[in-house]
Design a protein around this ligand. Structure first.
Ligand code: ADP
Ligand code: MG
Length: 507
């Protein structure tokens, strides 16, 4: 592992590993297959880039997108690491050149698309090559269950079996569902893999759900709030993207559209303008963003209800990769659900849906209904989040099977932020909440001074937040609250209850 630390420092200039990286690297270096499930932005690439510099042979990275290969090899070569890619867009002579380099052992990493693995020329190289590590990035593409299903991903396992010596296989993805995980392990034929799932919480993201009857006005409001910052607006269909981009342009708001219906050249230019910061706003379908590592995205707005939590998490998670506070906003109303239902029955109509259309021919899982039911379940999950009745972070994390408290304090539900669509909600409760919260903090300070008890031993910050929100006025109510704690409640509770009662009466 000392080698790994040395490489981390000398080649990448980092001092420490992030959560999960070290144990994955350790497993891979020990020769064990591994599956890493880590959220977008967690730093999955490093988990193979470091072993690549330590193993004797080549590290072959299978990745779904050309732009991803270009980004990654570009940044590796900037760090003086010999890395190249092969894809169908480059001239044959260049492909030959790269293969010659690889055969000579002059490369540490080689990035290829899954389709490349089936090309006879590539096979003739690979079958006798010295490949230490085979990496399957964005490994959820293996799974029928995902929207990004890619048939050629299902042949990677066969490819690995044809090699002279079987390499260590490392699969990486941000998709955590059980079905996808099982698919990956089974299809790649991972041997007793080390499986690592890191937490999915992204503490710097603030989650907001609004139900505006007029989404356009709500959108303008958020764009005004984030004037001068970089962001993405995701729409369900190409048509909405085009219409919205036009409408924004008429308003003098600079943006670029992105969807699979635009010519390749336009898409590339738009993406580059946005990446380089020449334009701050991208209006896009889900075709945009996979593997994009732009650190300073301050907001991601969904203009329509996404079909499932995984996709929402991936797309919204493109905000705040630099760890700074950023907001993920979902604008949804009654009109969304019928549209989602339509796409449920006509997945081929959806952006990137072409991959799904082939599903029925490829799956051995049985009738088409299974898939529809599965997607319907996913949609219900998403609806629960969108309803905004409980803590959004909790709704999101529990849908990934992760335990989470009922109060995160960093979402529009916890802070009871006003929702223009829900008239039932009280006007500006957030400022009222904040006022009560301030008084409770002051009370805790006084008590701490008087009794010589450190503030956190009285009530934690979380508990104070909860108190301001839930506003218990009797001891039994207080005791029902999570985290309040019996002894502290008995000792200090009445002071807080008095304060809350007084506040409730005067407001
Ligand atoms: P993922 O593939 O999991 O979405 P990436 O591998 O693209 O994430 O990494 C996201 C960002 O985090 C990159 O800019 C990368 O340089 C940075 N990063 C990764 N590991 C570390 C680390 N140990 N310390 C600091 N930055 C890191
Ligand atoms: Mg990645």
């Amino acid at each position: 592992m000392q080698d790994a630390y040395n490489v981390l420092k000398t080649y990448f200039g980092y001092d420490s590993f992030r959560t999960g990286q070290e144990s994955l690297i350790r497993a891979v270096l020990s020769g064990r297959d591994a599956l890493g499930i880590m959220p977008t932005g967690a730093g999955k690439s490093l988990c193979y880039q470091i072993p690549a510099l330590i193993f004797p042979g080549l590290t072959l990275v299978v990745t779904p997108l050309i732009s991803l290969m270009e980004d990654q090899t570009g940044s590796l070569r900037g760090r003086r690491i010999p890395a190249r890619f092969i894809n169908s867009a480059m001239p044959r002579s260049e492909r030959e050149e790269v293969l010659t380099l690889a055969a000579k052992g002059a490369l540490r990493l080689l990035y290829v698309s899954p389709e490349r693995l089936a090309s006879p020329r590539f096979l003739s190289y690979a079958e006798n090559a010295d490949i230490s590590l085979l990496v399957v990035d964005e490994a959820h593409c293996i799974s029928h269950w995902g929207r990004e299903f890619r048939p050629s991903y299902r042949r990677i396992g066969d490819f690995a079996a044809r090699l002279k010596t079987r390499p260590v296989i490392l699969a990486l993805t941000a998709t955590a569902t059980r079905e996808v995980k099982e698919d990956i392990i089974g299809n790649l034929g991972l041997r007793a893999p080390f499986c690592l799932t890191t937490g999915f919480d992204r503490p710097n993201l603030f989650f907001t759900v609004q139900h505006p009857s007029d989404k356009w006005q709500a959108l303008l409001g958020f764009l005004h709030k984030y004037k001068g910052s970089c962001g993405i607006v995701y729409c369900m269909t190409r048509r909405t993207v085009d219409a919205l981009a036009k409408r924004l342009a008429c308003r003098g708001i600079a943006c670029r559209p992105y969807h699979a219906g635009l010519p390749e050249k336009v898409r590339r230019e738009n993406q580059e303008d946005w990446l380089a910061g020449r334009v701050l706003l991208m209006v896009a379908t889900n075709a945009f963003g996979m593997g994009i590592d732009k650190p300073d995205v301050r907001f991601v707005i969904h203009y329509n209800l996404p079909m499932d939590m995984e996709n929402y998490y991936q797309e919204a998670g493109r905000a705040g990769r630099d760890g700074k506070p950023s907001e993920c906003i979902l604008l949804t109303n009654d009109k969304d659900l019928p549209v989602c239902r339509f796409f449920l029955d006509h997945p081929g109509e959806l952006e990137d849906g072409g991959k799904i259309r082939k599903f029925h021919f490829l799956t051995a899982r049985g009738p088409e209904n299974t898939f529809r039911d599965y997607r319907l379940r996913k949609l219900r999950n998403m609806q629960r989040y969108a309803a905004g009745k409980t803590c959004l972070r909790q709704a999101m994390l529990t849908s990934f099977g992760e335990a989470a408290p009922a109060f995160c304090g960093k979402c529009s539900v916890c802070l009871r932020l006003p929702d223009p669509g829900l008239s039932a909600r009280r006007v500006q409760p957030d400022t009222e909440n904040a006022a009560l919260h301030r008084e409770l903090v002051a009370l805790r300070k006084r008590l701490s001074k008087e009794t010589g008890t450190p503030p956190w031993k009285i009530f934690s910050d979380r508990t104070l937040h909860d108190l301001a929100l839930v506003r218990p006025t009797t001891l039994p109510d207080l005791l029902l609250m999570e985290n309040a704690g019996l002894l502290r409640s008995l000792r200090f509770g009445r002071y807080f209850l008095d304060e809350i009662r007084a506040f409730v009466e005067t407001h």
